[in-house]
Design a protein around this ligand. Sequence first.
Ligand code: IPE
Ligand code: IPE
Ligand code: MG
Length: 244
Amino acid sequence: MEKYVELLDRQNIPHHVAMIMDGNGRWAKKRGMPRLFGHRQGVETVEKIVRACVKLGVKQLSLYAFSTENWKRPQDEVSGLMRLLVEYFDKKTDQLNEEGVKIRVIGNVGALSKVAQQSIFNAEEKTKNNDVLGLNIAINYGGRDEIVQAVSRIARGVQEGTIAPDEINEEMVGQYLYTKGIPDPDLMIRTGGEKRISNFLIWQLSYAELWFTDVYWPDFDIETLAQAIYAYQNRERRFGGLSG
Ligand code: IPE
Ligand code: IPE
Ligand code: MG
């Protein structure tokens, strides 16, 4: 069978791919290992997928790493996840920088530990002038939380007289989201078998093509990614209009 990577139309690679990296816990459980073992393996997949996106010509990659609802998990899993994220930035930023990756963290970063905030700041600062791939990592991210903070800041502008209510439109709201300046995702992939959005980029995904796979995140690879992009390339995006 021909590989999906070779079947892709290189002129029609989605500009922005968003991913809900799900299934780490079940992947580990299947092997009789603790959930954190799955998360650690998940970081390896991130490494591979960042490279795959560069290779295929994806320009923006948004990864859901920790949701505003994930605080409900046991304390040791939450702290383990946070440790892994900090470790990722501290150990991988230099390499990513050399590859031209621009790191941006989206979410309520102000509520994270000072240590995490410092690593995130360093990673973003160091890579801010890169343009090969935008890597947007969602940490303490919730789509509803993102919209609420935007509404609150816009309301403050109205109160202070710098924004007129009639001026508020979709473009302005977009300017107040964590993803400011990043075009909306074209393709959203969720691994791990669940078919839901789980509060990820709910504003930005309005017209994204959605693709779901039962593959657990630690097993996701460039070939599965290419399969998703292949499916994307065979869909018709109408944006509410009629077939062209
Ligand atoms: C990773 O997968 C997603 C994160 C919240 C880090 P899960 O930890 O949700 O794994 P499953 O869904 O329990 O298998
Ligand atoms: C979504 O996965 C969040 C991340 C991948 C970070 P969850 O495992 O938290 O989602 P639900 O609980 O199955 O909806
Ligand atoms: Mg899950």
